[in-house]
Design a protein around this ligand. Structure first.
Ligand code: SAM
Length: 335
């Protein structure tokens, strides 16, 4: 049984970039409201939808890797009771996916995040688990600046090998520089076994740039959005692939945090250098179209309160538009 990790101190703020400090302060200061109070969120439909998307990704692309099958073949349902496989959750936050990994019956979980307060909340959530309790370790780390071995013992990271790396709604923070994006990919790839899966969700740079292009030439602010979300750029065009920054606001979730565009095709090429081959990429609306009619995912839509029993959506138009800022992806580790 792994004990909670206490060997590493929280990353010192003075060693973080100004934007990284803004990210840490933001996520550390957001309260962990718990499941019941979450239901009162004005964007609960959108939050539930995002969780449904992550569940689809886990069932469709992480399950096969967890049980040693090919991702392309896609065994989806786990009926046995055994706990299998090891997951590395980079940018784990407050542990919002711990229940999903419980349902996936994993044996082992490693959670890392730059926000030390969130990491402690994730650990507490794990400690409160009753059934299918997997082994777990948690550590605070700027995963886009330092190797994972700065926070966790190298031997512990290597054995058993990681079957799935998950990066949910967090990878884009690495794209302020090529150096940080490369460090992030190195951390993803280093302990992931060949045949393992790398799954994640990020904003769709192409669609954000399309929206930016649609703004009139004389627009005062390079801003768009609706009541639920707002995105504001400093520059229309940016030289180079990294560091094209925008500020993101999402109602009841994210307040003006600095984020960076992830240019998709160059990213896929870069990932190849780290032995990662693209298997799946889809906008959230398309993930919905693709999986909503499969019985298990249709049932899950109702269970996760994305739609009600009458088939009505819990999201209004603004939330549905905000949902499609994001894309979901899956890579397979080749070598
Ligand atoms: N993955 C969680 C989820 O889906 O609920 C949390 C997502 S939250 C929107 C983004 C997370 O990325 C935050 O917890 C933040 O602290 C983390 N993050 C941002 N920059 C990071 C970095 N350099 N290293 C590790 N985590 C980082």
């Amino acid at each position: 049984e792994a004990s909670p990790d206490t060997e590493s101190a929280p990353p010192a703020k003075k060693r973080l970039t100004r934007d990284a400090v803004a990210v840490v302060d933001h996520y550390n200061s957001r309260p962990d409201v718990g499941v019941l109070q979450r239901q009162d969120s004005p964007i609960i439909g959108l939050k539930n939808f995002n969780n449904w998307i992550k569940s689809v990704l886990i069932q469709r692309y992480a399950y096969p890797a967890l049980i040693g099958e090919s991702i392309a073949k896609g065994a989806r349902t786990r009926r046995d009771r055994k706990l299998f496989g090891r997951v590395l959750d980079i940018g784990c936050g407050k542990g919002g996916d711990i229940n999903k990994w419980t349902k996936a019956k994993i044996a082992d979980y490693v959670g890392v995040d730059i926000a030390a307060v969130s990491v402690n909340q994730a650990r507490q959530r794990w400690e409160g688990m009753r059934v299918n309790r997997f082994n777990a370790r948690f550590a605070p780390l700027d995963c886009y600046e330092y190797p994972l071995s700065h926070a966790l013992d190298e031997r512990y990271l290597r054995a058993p090998p990681i079957d799935v790396v998950s990066m949910q709604f967090c990878m884009h923070y690495a794209f302020d520089s090529e150096k940080r994006a490369r460090r992030m990919l190195e951390n993803v790839s280093e302990y992931l076994r060949p045949g393992g899966a790398f799954i994640g969700t990020i904003p769709n740079a192409e669609s954000l740039l399309d929206r930016l292009d649609e703004l009139p030439d004389d627009a005062q602010d390079l801003e768009f959005g609706n009541d639920v979300y707002k995105i504001k750029f400093d520059e229309r065009q940016h030289e180079g692939l990294y560091g094209h920054k925008y500020s993101f606001f999402l109602q009841d979730a994210v307040d003006d945090v600095p984020e960076y565009l992830v240019h998709w095709t160059p990213f896929v090429k870069l990932a190849e250098e780290y032995g990662l081959r693209l298997v799946y990429r889809s906008e959230f609306h398309s993930v919905y179209q693709e999986f909503q009619e499969e019985k298990e995912f249709a049932d899950l839509l109702v269970r996760m309160k994305v739609i009600n029993a009458e088939g009505e959506s819990a999201m209004d138009e603004d939330q549905w538009e905000a949902a499609n800022i994001y894309i979901a992806f899956a890579f397979e580790k080749i070598s």
